[in-house]
Design a protein around this ligand. Structure first.
Ligand code: SF4
Length: 414
């Protein structure tokens, strides 16, 4: 965690910059954060090489999982803001990260949510004395502008890796290249990135999620087609005034930081090939550009899971919020190889015969029966960048409990 100045002056009221990360504040923050999210057992298993074996149940942890540097920083800053501004109203622009337990903790600090399903307050009601936290995903420029107009102080926890993507799409806009963003159009990060892709107002963007979306765009690049059908298909995923006949001439590909690397590379490759087919290699050198914006933490977690999946295992548990993009991709990787259960927390391990887990295809929580084999088994566990270690510990304890192994036995073996 490296940031220094975290509070920016903003809005119509002049405000002094305040450094939230004083040693005194950060010592208190670290204590509180650790008490909420740390796990002794997970730390011990990690130090022991990521393997624990008790009573015929072996658990292998991925080498990298859980909170990333961007999430740690955002949480630290939110807790620090609460301490420094203990007499002010605090708000946050949406969820701090995609994990319900962490969001509940933030809410319990009296930090009210301004956006999304769990909205608790309105931006229009903000006062100049209020403090507003921008989460690690960043936020749309129009939202930021509204907050600035209310004169509030802003604690900006946007991850540096997200800001790198913004820099890239702004560059595309300056070069009159449309940003094709590989991501989820409704994801906070992609919405924030899309707003930056407009540049000074003349830029455009199109968001593609799947390889099927990409192929549709490639077909249009090569042969043109029914413009209205194109606009209907991608409704909600392109910039105002976007015209595929005009704005697919010169494109630059970027991606949400938490996508699957292999898929993002394939999106780049297919779009480049479509431009080569239309414009020739020389034309493509002018009309196509790309920049890989998968973040380091996402990459490390995917690489660590790829390595874990080379070991023989009976099943994989992926722990995290169901709306977490990077966690979903870990579950996707797992289910290609072995029975994989994407669980919100330990409570989803209902019994030896029943597990509740998120089905990526049905986009809903489902129940699977007879999921936990008898006898000697090996279970892999990983978690996305928004999952704290205490939730991983609880999942580990529950797994062993279902096989009749008490927490004390596990703690003794760790
Ligand atoms: S997942 Fe990547 S981009 Fe997102 S907060 Fe973590 S480090 Fe930053």
């Amino acid at each position: 965690m490296t940031a220094s100045t975290n509070l920016i002056s903003s809005g119509t009221t002049a405000r002094e910059k305040v450094n939230l990360r004083t040693p005194e504040v950060m010592t208190a923050v670290q204590e509180q954060v650790e008490s909420h999210y740390r796990s002794d057992i997970v730390d011990k298993v990690r130090r022991a090489g990521g393997i624990i074996s008790v009573g015929g149940v072996t658990v292998r942890l991925a080498k990298q999982f859980g909170f990333c540097y961007g999430v740690e920083r955002a949480i630290d800053l939110a807790y620090a803001a609460r301490k420094v501004f203990n007499d002010r109203r605090l708000f946050i622009v949406g969820e701090i990260i995609h994990n319900p337990e962490v969001n509940e903790q933030i809410s319990s600090l009296g930090i009210k949510n301004l956006l999304g399903n769990n909205k608790q307050a309105n931006i229009e009601d903000l006062q100049p004395d209020d403090v507003v936290i921008v989460p690690a995903f960043g936020t749309e420029l129009s939202t930021l502008q509204q907050i600035k107009e209310r004169g509030c102080q802003i604690v900006d926890t946007t991850c540096g890796d997200v800001m790198s993507v913004w820099k890239r799409v702004r560059k595309y806009a300056n070069e009159s290249a449309t940003s094709i963003i590989h991501g989820k159009a409704e994801h906070e990060e992609t919405k924030a990135t899309s707003s930056r892709a407009l540049g000074d107002g003349k830029g455009h963007y199109l968001v593609v999620l799947t390889l099927a979306d990409t192929d549709y765009v490639c077909d249009y690049i090569r042969h043109g087609g029914d413009k209205q059908a194109f606009l209907d298909k991608f409704r909600g995923a392109y910039s105002p005034g976007f015209d595929p006949d005009v704005h697919l001439r010169t494109v630059g590909v970027a991606n949400q930081t938490t996508m699957l690397r292999g898929e993002t590379e394939e999106v780049q490759r297919r779009i480049r090939q479509a431009i080569v087919d239309r414009d020739g290699a020389e034309g493509a050198a002018r009309n196509f550009r790309f920049f890989d914006t998968i973040c380091g933490a996402t990459q490390e977690r995917q690489d660590a899971l790829r390595e874990l999946l080379t070991a023989p295992m009976n099943l994989l548990l992926v722990v995290g919020g169901y709306n977490s993009s990077n966690t979903s991709h870990l579950a996707e990787m797992g289910e290609e190889k072995l029975p994989t259960y994407f669980v919100l927390n330990a409570s989803r391990l209902v019994s030896r015969t029943e597990i509740k887990h998120f089905d990526l295809h049905q986009k809903a929580e489902v129940v699977t029966r007879d999921w936990l084999p008898d006898g000697n088994i090996v279970v892999g566990i990983t978690a996305g960048a928004s999952c704290p270690n205490n939730l991983i510990e609880e999942t580990l304890l529950r797994l062993y409990q279902l096989r009749g192994i008490a927490p004390e036995q596990l703690a003794a073996a760790a």
